[in-house]
Design a protein around this ligand. Structure first.
Ligand code: CIR
Length: 260
């Protein structure tokens, strides 16, 4: 039987726009290079397709510099999809840009209407529940509104906390299978993964925690040899993808797609 937490037949991505240089970032570590980002993005899309999935590739949106990070605009579940309400004001308009694509593939589409905020990067769907990390982008009202919607579809939602200074909950963790999570020690120390099997990214490789399990592959940002080796030894098929340019904007592997 297929496991909806990591087995997907489709994904949605959006090509980065030239305006990516204006993307949000916590700290300035240099201007992202669009040409390099486009190459990395193409490799990312190719890896998704390699698993046999269909990838809906959306065109760049110059008006929204962060629109390449599509994950933050929606939550895709087997029963339906929920349009998010980003906490970053400059990203609110990305949701309306995504909605027609979601409506084309889902019959049941709900919306977070507010006043709360919530971004997809703070949501980890596991085999037993939906974990949502409160963060600077996701507040209690946003979590509560989502909890009400997913309860109708039979999902338990648990509110957890993104560590201070970390953009999103999934900046520090990813799902490897329904019961296994790749996480930083700092996030696991909060106790939010009790009862799960947790693999810790080695010290100094915290940025590798934002990976994505997509069918048979784990897409891992390149340059984290010890994490790659650990996952390989644990039996996962790892594909390393350069993430240097998205990393300048606090983005990683999960942010670049919606998967369903
Ligand atoms: C932002 O600050 O919103 C973007 N520069 C990065 C978003 C990354 N998205 C994600 O982790 N899901």
């Amino acid at each position: 039987m297929s496991d909806p937490t990591y087995q997907f037949s489709r994904a949605i991505t959006r090509r980065p726009a030239a305006s990516i240089v204006d993307g949000l970032r916590a700290e300035d570590t240099g201007t992202p290079d669009l040409a390099q980002m486009l190459k990395d993005h193409a490799r990312y899309v190719a890896a998704l397709k390699r698993t046999g999935a269909e990838v809906i590739e959306l065109p760049p949106l110059e008006d929204y510099p962060d629109a390449v990070f599509v994950e933050d605009t929606a939550l895709c579940l087997p029963q339906g999809a929920v349009m998010m309400r980003p906490g970053a004001a400059s990203r609110l308009g990305e949701v309306a840009e995504m909605e027609p694509t979601i409506r084309a593939v889902y019959d049941d589409v709900r919306r977070i209407r507010g006043p709360g905020h919530i971004e997809g990067g703070d949501i980890l769907v596991t085999g037993r529940e939906i974990l949502v990390g409160r963060s600077d982008r996701t507040d209690a009202a946003g979590v509560a509104e989502l909890a009400g919607i997913v309860a109708e579809w039979g999902h338990d939602l648990r509110e957890v906390f993104t560590p201070p200074g970390v953009l999103h909950f999934k900046t520090d963790c990813s799902l490897l299978d329904g019961e296994t999570i790749l996480a930083t020690r700092r996030l696991d120390a909060s106790g939010c993964f009790e009862g799960y099997r947790v693999l810790h990214v080695p010290e100094g490789e915290e940025a590798a925690a934002n990976s994505v399990r997509f069918n048979d592959l784990v897409l891992l940002p390149a340059g984290f040899a010890r994490t790659a080796e650990m996952l390989d030894k644990a039996g996962y098929e790892v594909v390393e993808i350069n993430n240097s340019e998205c990393a300048k904007l606090d983005g990683g592997m999960s942010c670049l797609s919606l998967r369903f």
